[in-house]
Structures are given as C-alpha cells and as structure tokens.
Design a protein around this ligand. Structure first.
Ligand code: ADP
Length: 238
C-alpha cells in the first residue's frame, strides 16, 4: 500500500467567493467573500435570514451557478473556471440536489423520475431500471415505483426526489429547504432519512429555516448579508 492519503483534504473548498447579480439599476451582492471547507461525511445545516444568500451559496456549491469572484474546488478540481457544459457534467457526476418543491416530472413514474439522471448520462436501459429501483428501495418506496407524482403524498414525493439525488452516487447531497413544504410529522421522516444517509457515509448540506433541524446537524453555518456569520460544530443527536 502507498502512504496514507491526506485524510483531511476537504472535498469542497470555497475561498473568497463573491456572487453579484447585475440588475441594470446596480448590482445585488448576494455573497461577499465566503470561505468554506467541507469534508467528506459531514452533515451541515446552513441557516440565516431571508435574503442572506443561502440559496445562492447552495447553487454555487451545487455547480448550478458560478462565483463572480473567488475560487471553488471540488475534490481538488477548480470548478470556477469551467464552461457551462463542463460545469453541468461535474454537477451530474458529483452532486445530488433535493429541492423544497420536489421538482419531479408529472408525466413520469417514480422509477422514471429517479432514472432521469442516468438517461442524461446515457446509461443503458436495464442499468437505469435496476439502479432506480435500488434507490427507491433505499428510501422505502419500492412498492410505489410505477406511481406518478400526483398519486403520491408530499413525503413520498420528497423520497422520490431524494432517490433521484442518490442514483448517481454523488459526492455531495445538497438540499434546499427539503422539509419546507411538508407537515411536521412528514418533515421528521424526511429528516430521519437524510440522517440515515449521512450515517451511511453521505456528505449532506442542507439549507433550512427550521432551528430544530439546525440544532441537530453535525455543523451549523449561519450566514447574514452574504457573509458567514458563524460556523461551529454541534453535538449530534444520540
Ligand atoms: P436566501 O436563500 O438566504 O433567502 P438568496 O441567496 O435567495 O437568499 O438571495 C440573496 C440575495 O440575492 C437577495 O437579495 C436576492 O434578492 C438576490 N438574488 C438571488 N438570486 C437572484 C437573481 N437571480 N437575480 C437577482 N438577484 C438575486
């Protein structure tokens, strides 16, 4: 065996990241110099008031948008300089996204929705079906594989969305208010599922308004006015 790799190398590193939107009447500075390092296996909640820059930060982490200035490395690779196509490729390969509004395609079954990222990666049909069913089983929904989103409850739809996020075995699972559209009992179920995925080794970063979720994350990052206000480890729930 070769020498042990630097175990502490972060999978994701932001350095001096700024993001501004030019609206013609003057720029909006959504992020104003963010430094953040995330290691494999972390479970991080991002909190902050509305307009603080949480979604903008998550979009940059998820390669949905690029910093206006600063550096972003994902598994050591500089992604801030990539073209739109290259960025989409990295995103498809490395990132699983879960949204507040599920973002499922209504005409597709649960299994077809989950398999969609594999269609984009041109995986053969049989492999797509197998992996989609495996991901649905992981979220406890194998019996609903043939159902369309309208035939599922809110919690089940979010489970399908989580299965879709997992199907490419991403380095990073990002969730933007994943319980924002769910009642409190269903939110608990979704949170329990995300915690179980973290316990299996997934790296999970979620944006939330819910202080109870923030308290239970392994690390809580708060942002305000486009800057990190605090960044501290939490005691994880026993
Ligand atoms: P949060 O998720 O914390 O509510 P956002 O990241 O959505 O905050 O927004 C941060 C700031 O950037 C806000 O002032 C918002 O209005 C602005 N903003 C976000 N996205 C855009 C956009 N696409 N165009 C212009 N301004 C935007």
């Amino acid at each position: 065996m070769s020498a042990a790799p630097a175990a502490a190398a972060p999978i994701l590193e932001l350095e001096g990241v700024h993001k501004s939107y030019d609206l013609g009447r003057g720029a909006v500075h959504a992020l104003r110099g963010v430094d953040l390092r995330i290691h494999a296996g972390e479970w991080i909640a991002i909190m902050g008031p509305s307009g603080a820059g949480k979604t903008t930060l998550l979009e940059i982490l998820g390669c949905l948008s690029r910093p206006s200035a600063g550096h972003y490395r994902l598994r050591g690779r500089a992604v801030d300089a990539l073209t739109g196509d290259e960025l989409a490729h990295v995103r498809g390969d490395q990132i699983g996204f879960v949204f507040q509004s599920f973002n499922l395609l209504p005409r597709l079954s649960a299994e077809e929705n989950v398999a969609l990222p594999l269609v984009y990666r041109r995986r053969p049909r049989r492999e797509r079906g197998e992996r989609a069913r495996e991901a649905l089983a992981r979220v406890g929904l194998e019996a609903r594989a043939g159902h369309r989103p309208a035939e599922l409850s809110g919690g089940e739809r979010q489970r399908v969305a989580i299965a879709r996020a997992l199907v490419n075995r991403p380095a990073l699972l990002l969730a933007d208010e994943p319980t924002g559209n769910l009642d409190s009992a269903t939110s608990e179920e979704i949170l329990a599922l995300l915690r179980a995925l973290h316990a299996e080794g997934h790296t999970v970063v979620l944006v939330t308004h819910d202080a109870a979720i923030g308290e239970r994350a392994g690390r809580l990052v708060t942002i305000r006015d486009g800057r990190i206000e605090s960044d501290r480890p939490r005691r994880t729930e026993s």
